[in-house]
Design a protein around this ligand. Structure first.
Ligand code: CA
Ligand code: CA
Ligand code: CA
Length: 142
């Protein structure tokens, strides 16, 4: 029966299809989980998993995924105030919803960092990286 659900889900082509098929296995992530994060681009599955295409055979959680699970699979102020991956940037800032109320910060539509991977949060957008690169070039290049 689970296999039938799996096949049915795959027929629906969408960005969430890869994550959604796991809805056949209630213990794993579903598109409901994805929808709880106010901002999911560009990390999508990688926000919680160590693989971009989690399957029932391989769906290892990253530190943020573990904390999300431990938080009752809820995105809230509690989870937003933690720094799951220990990179010095709070989950809320990385996800783009600093206070964890489910509403993105300002006009944010992309995660500033990955809440489950130690990275340079706050400079995660291409625009910021380019700006930073231009600034560095001004000091280094002349
Ligand atoms: Ca962090
Ligand atoms: Ca908010
Ligand atoms: Ca991070």
């Amino acid at each position: 029966m689970k296999l039938e659900l799996f096949t049915g889900s795959l027929s629906t082509a969408s960005v969430l299809a890869v994550c959604a098929f796991l809805s056949a296995v209630p213990a794993l992530a579903t598109d409901v989980d994805m929808a709880r994060l106010p901002v999911t681009e560009p990390n999508l599955c990688l926000a919680c998993h160590t693989t971009a295409n989690p399957t029932s055979a391989g769906f290892e959680l990253n530190p943020f995924g573990e904390d999300y699970l431990a938080n009752g699979r809820l995105w809230d102020a509690n989870l937003a105030s933690q720094d799951s991956d220990g990179d010095g940037c709070l989950n809320g800032v990385e996800v783009g919803d600093s206070d964890g109320d489910g509403e993105p910060d300002g006009n944010v539509d992309r995660q500033a960092g990955n809440p489950g991977v130690p990275d340079e949060c706050g400079s995660g957008s291409l625009v910021d990286e380019k700006t930073w690169g231009a600034l560095k070039a001004m000091f280094d290049g002349s």
